[in-house]
Write a protein that binds this ligand. Structure first.
Ligand code: NAP
Length: 259
């Protein structure tokens, strides 16, 4: 399917690896020029080179912490006006409800709520002026069904989801859509980190921890960054212009709910 976005320009945050990279790859495959970001310059440059070589699009790489004010300013300056914004950042650490104090919550809110909001505030005016824009926020299945050990993520992402629900309806008259894409378990470094935590807590091997989690997913496997990226690219396509303020779950059926 031609997504109809060849020649558009996208900013994809936290995109040297994992789900962000999957989104960047799928947009590049659709002919979109990219600005990509991550903190580690080496992996980011490797990803930028691989995407340029594979898809022939322009890729600008900006190594910066997207959750810091200075980092965001550097990324936004390099990006300039963009047609498509994919927000993403690392997730907060797991723990127990009683572990976290105010500073932990502030860090989680900064990373997973206030950063995507700041990025949207910076990019939406240009999209509104152009009469066309797409925003996809990578959030989490924890927005629909809480993950007990990820209380910081549950809290921060719920705040972002509330902000998007109202804002998406305010920008929709200008041809701009905002939607959230909610990953369930995907085979990325983040999944390895969480599985390692489970294996340590339960005294089992990493393979056993993974097998336990896979058994809880109706699809009986983890998702891939490529599948996730393709879904993101569709939400950024011309065909998705009537999809507004939705929370799209990609979780292999893991959340057991009718709606
Ligand atoms: P990942 O494989 O660990 O990749 C994270 C990417 O983000 C890397 O490129 C990393 O590069 C970059 N990054 C992290 N923190 C950053 C920051 N502060 N500024 C700029 N770049 C940053 O993670 P993932 O699995 O793709 O997860 C992406 C998001 O989805 C996370 O918020 C995660 O919590 C959420 N999620 C993931 C899953 C899953 O199963 N994978 C499920 C639910 C939710 P650097 O480290 O070099 O910066």
């Amino acid at each position: 399917m031609d997504l109809g976005i060849k020649g558009k320009r996208a900013l994809v945050c936290a995109a040297s690896k994992g789900l962000g990279r999957g989104c960047a790859e799928a947009l590049a495959e659709a002919g979109v020029d990219l600005v990509i970001n991550a903190r580690g310059a080496e992996a980011l440059e490797q990803t930028a080179t691989a995407i340029r070589d594979r898809h022939g699009v322009a890729v600008t790489a900006v190594a910066a912490d997207i959750t810091s004010q200075d980092g965001r300013a550097a990324v936004l300056e390099a990006a300039g006006a963009v047609d498509i914004l994919v927000t993403n950042a690392g997730g907060p650490p797991p723990g127990l409800w009683s572990d976290w104090d105010r500073d932990d919550f502030i860090a989680a809110l900064d990373g997973n709520m206030l950063t995507p909001i700041a990025l949207m505030k910076a990019c939406l005016p240009g999209m509104i002026d152009a009469g066309w824009g797409r925003v996809v926020n990578i959030t989490s299945g924890s927005v629909k069904a809480p993950i007990p050990q990820l209380g910081l993520s549950n809290a921060a992402r719920a705040g972002l989801t509330g902000y998007v629900a109202g804002t998406a309806r305010q920008v929709a008259p200008h041809g701009v859509t905002i939607n959230n894409l909610l990953p369930g378990i995907h085979a990325t470094d983040r999944a390895i980190m969480l599985d390692t935590g489970v294996s340590k807590a339960q005294g089992c091997t990493l393979d056993e921890a993974r097998a336990q989690r896979q058994a809880t997913i109706p699809a009986r496997r983890y998702g891939t960054a490529a599948e996730f990226g393709a879904t993101c690219a569709f939400l950024c396509s011309q065909h998705a212009g009537f999809i507004v303020a939705q929370n799209i779950l990609a979780d292999g059926g893991a959340i057991n709910a009718t709606l």
